[in-house]
Design a protein around this ligand. Structure first.
Ligand SMILES: *Cc1c(COP(=O)(O)O)cnc(C)c1O
Length: 819
């Protein structure tokens, strides 16, 4: 372990050690992930979007004493702290990681490539765990920051390391190579990800191969000469190639594809082997073949490889929040268990503020030391977990310590014992995290807890929502705030879940249409200020009780709310003034401003937080003159109000489309709605938004229908040639609109589009899958998402994406994903 003085000398940096020579165990860059203040070294990273120097005050208050900061940072306010000064704080973190790496002499495998890095890493981990005590990158930590944090986890108890390295620009790989210093390299494949930042395929390959500069061995697919040449040019390593060509060290000469597995035959060192790969999709087969080449090279006997292949688990690194029994939600992260991924999963759980009760179910941690258990107990205590269930023989020994540290703990010797003794009624209105090693079979617990879902689900990627917010942030003038519009249940995506993640990622404001929606957010423990756009007298009580901020849109409602505040004896209540500049929906007209000023001027009951208006044609370039006119009207009124009030307020008029199309109208804040979900309804698409919402269903039945027959109600679906028709578990009651009947709409299945046949029914829809290979009952079908956009569906229905999104009915289960 390193003391702060030692770290300063490793970094060859100036330092001010005022708090004492602390021992450092954790490196932290994300202030939200603080767990162990006194042993943490906080690196204040600065990016275009966020400067972590702003969080040093908060970190200091929470007990952190050691920081790496920019030389210009003013340390005066922090008397009792240690500062190391570095012009580039990320580079300092990388230097420290590289130094740490040098302390160990066991093999280090580094994996790069366009796809499959995480899967190959996880599978190698699964396949090699019996021989090795492996340290590996958590999740897909493979960036300039992620790699440094991964390498920092190396310790003397390990005897093998497996790290991922990912790049998005040229010049990055050299730095990663320097941090990882791999002895063995793996190149999964070269595809099109991040293509835009490279001049050519060749340049990208060249850059990737820099990872192998000092490797002894590199394992790669050898069917592409160009890749093999690139490795040769960048490294003196012994290259073990695999692939179909005869020249490969591992030559695969047959692949027999079955329904659920593929049997391959290959030749290695003049011996023929057969392996049974327990997956049938091409990507998985390719990843397993890479793993087989690695294991053969490590001299692991073929029978053992085959045995272990059969136990391979699919890797889904995404954390999912799924609905569970009795109003619970489940985070099932039970394919592996180590302390790093545990911290990440706990963090995701912690963000689910809509549940006050949080339960963790844990298995033994395979191969863990006493220290690891102590760390887990410490983390559970620090995170205020409501109840904890531990399962396994090892936990028995640590249970007394656990019991001493936290309340509501339960121990079971085995998963079966838990399942047979525990009642599901224990779980109510809570979020449950399942974190267990594979051999504990926690999938049986998941099955017990998971609500049986109607097979149509709406998947909301919280990661995409945040990506989209950040895309907009890039376009904002400095200091412009964001109000996220989460009305209508977050445009159908769920208000509390979306609000939570937005709160975590620091948007400034939320807005909903009606008071009930605001109350729901408060009940879900959302603390951001919330504007309510549509109130009436009946709701005043609720508004005040839940600290919601009403939009005041008329003299009438203003007088009534003012009188209410007066009766309640309330002062300085925040409100928002809506100005009608052309929509002619709600809002004060120009002629009412004098009355408005009259009432506000001498009034200490109401505080105007913002004054705003709404554009009528923000996405339409032909109406820009009108938009500017609206903005001008708003500005004029704002100046008048400003002159009368002796405090300032926020001005805003732009929605998603306007905030990118008309940046001069951003004023102090934008109101972001549809853009959050990845829909850009401007015509020139300046942002690269990600679709955040996917609607999926499954095939209930397949049937051959002869030419001349008809499909569905009223014989509308005429069949002209012999066809294969799939019946899907979705209908207009789910929000799959009847307007999509008879070939107007289509769905995406097995990589192809299938048109709707006949009329969409209430709960079911038929599509023509003739000519689409391998469609089977139970197959997943995308209604909209990455392949069919919501905008396309809207166009087919002659409506707008807003109506499609908000029209997905509540019987469709929402599943939240963090990638
Ligand atoms: C819904 C709404 C928005 C958001 O509009 P998008 O086009 O979805 O970005 C902005 N302002 C007001 C007043 C709204 O009602």
């Amino acid at each position: 372990m390193y003391t702060i003085n030692k770290i300063a000398s490793v970094l060859n940096a100036d330092a001010k050690i005022a708090a004492g020579d602390y021992v450092i165990e954790q490196l932290l860059t994300d202030s939200r992930r603080l767990i162990f203040p006194s042993t943490t070294l906080f690196f204040a990273l600065a990016t275009a979007r966020r400067d972590a120097h702003n969080f040093i005050g908060e970190m200091y208050e929470r007990g952190v004493r050691s920081f790496v900061v920019h030389p210009h940072f003013d340390t005066a306010a922090f008397a009792n702290a240690n500062f190391i000064f570095a012009a580039d704080t990320l580079a300092a973190l990388q230097t420290l990681a590289a130094y740490h790496r040098k302390q160990f002499h066991y093999p280090v495998i580094a994996i790069t490539g366009s796809n499959g890095k995480t899967i190959v890493k996880e599978w190698l981990y699964q396949l090699l765990s019996p021989e090795y005590n492996i340290v590996r990158s958590p999740r897909s930590y493979n960036s300039q920051l992620g790699v440094a944090l991964s390498v920092w986890q190396m310790n003397a108890e390990n005897n093998l390391a497996i790290f991922e390295a990912g790049i998005s620009m040229s010049g990055e790989m050299e730095k990663l190579e320097n941090i990882i210093q791999p002895t063995t390299g793996i190149l999964t494949n070269i595809g099109s990800a991040h293509h835009e930042n490279f001049v050519s395929e060749a340049q990208k390959t060249e850059e990737k191969c820099k990872l192998f500069k000092h490797c002894n061995t590199v394992i790669a697919n050898g069917d592409n000469n160009f890749i093999v040449d690139a490795i040769h040019q960048n490294s003196k390593a012994n290259i073990i190639t695999w692939g179909d060509n005869e020249s490969n060290a591992v030559q695969i000469f047959s692949r027999k594809k079955n329904e659920e597995n593929v049997v391959i035959e290959l030749k290695y060192s003049n011996t023929v082997y057969q392996f049974n790969i327990p997956f049938a999709d091409d990507a998985s087969v390719q990843n397993v073949e890479t793993c087989i080449a690695v294991l053969l090279n490590l001299n692991i006997p073929a029978e053992i490889i085959n045995d272990r292949l059969q136990a391979l688990q699919p890797v889904d690194m995404r954390l999912q929040l799924t609905p569970a029994i009795n109003n619970c939600a489940l985070i099932n992260d039970s394919y592996s268990f180590d302390t790093a991924s545990f911290a990440v999963a706990l963090d995701f759980m912690q963000q689910q503020n809509q549940f006050t009760h949080k339960t963790v179910i844990l298995s033994d941690v395979p191969g863990a030391s006493k220290g690891a258990y102590a760390e887990i107990i410490f983390v559970l205590k620090a995170r205020n977990i409501s109840s904890t269930i531990v399962i396994g023989e090892q936990w028995k020994a640590y249970f007394p310590f656990l019991k001493e540290a936290i309340e509501n703990v339960y121990h079971y010797n085995s998963t079966n014992e838990f399942l047979s003794q525990f009642s599901t009624s224990f779980f109510r209105n809570q979020v449950i995290l399942l974190k267990g090693a594979r051999r504990f079979g926690f999938e049986n617990i998941a099955a017990m807890l998971q609500q049986k879902v109607h097979r149509t689900v709406m998947e909301i990627s919280l990661t995409a929502v945040i990506h989209n917010v950040n895309e907009y942030r890039k376009m904002l003038n400095p200091g412009v705030k964001i109000m996220a519009m989460v009305k209508a249940s977050g445009y159908g995506s769920g208000s509390a879940e979306i609000a939570n993640v937005l709160q975590y990622h620091k948007v400034d404001y939320l807005a909903v249409a009606y008071p009930d929606e605001g109350v729901e957010l408060r009940r879900a423990n959302i603390r951001l200020p919330i504007m309510i756009m549509n109130i009436d007298e009946e709701a005043f009580e609720q508004v005040v009780q839940y600290n919601l901020e009403p939009e005041i849109y008329s003299v009438g409602i203003l007088k009534k709310f003012d009188a209410f505040l007066n009766r309640q004896g309330l002062q300085y209540y925040p409100v928002h003034i809506k100005i009608n500049t052309g929509m002619h929906r709600l809002g004060f007209g120009e002629d009412e401003i004098d009355i408005l000023i009259e009432i506000l001027k001498t009034n200490n009951r109401l505080v105007v937080k913002s004054v705003f208006s709404h554009l009528v044609a923000s996405e339409d370039a032909a109406e820009d003159a009108y938009s500017f006119l609206q903005a001008e009207k708003l500005e004029k009124i704002c100046s008048k109000l400003q002159a009368a009030l002796n405090y300032s307020f926020i001005k805003h008029i732009s929605n998603s489309a306007a905030s990118i199309r008309l940046p001069q109208l951003q004023f102090d804040m934008i109101r972001l709605g549809i853009g959050l979900y990845g829909i850009d309804n401007t015509s020139n698409h300046q942002l690269s938004l990600q679709p955040a919402v996917t609607l999926k269903t499954t095939v209930a039945q397949l049937r051959k229908v002869k030419a001349g027959d008809t499909v569905g109600y009223n014989r509308r679906g005429k069949i002209n040639v012999d066809s294969i028709i799939a019946t899907l578990r979705i209908g207009y009651a789910d929000g799959f609109r009847r307007a999509l009947s008879n070939g107007v709409g289509k769905v995406f299945i097995k990589g192809k589009c299938a048109p709707v046949v006949g009329s969409v029914a209430m709960d079911m829809t038929m599509v023509d899958v003739t000519g689409i290979n391998d469609v089977e009952e139970g197959d997943e079908v995308e209604i909209f998402g990455n392949n069919i956009s919501i905008s396309e569906v809207a166009k087919s229905c002659h409506t707008i994406p807003y109506e499609i999104l908000t029209g997905i009915s509540s019987r469709v289960k929402r599943i939240y994903i963090e990638e």
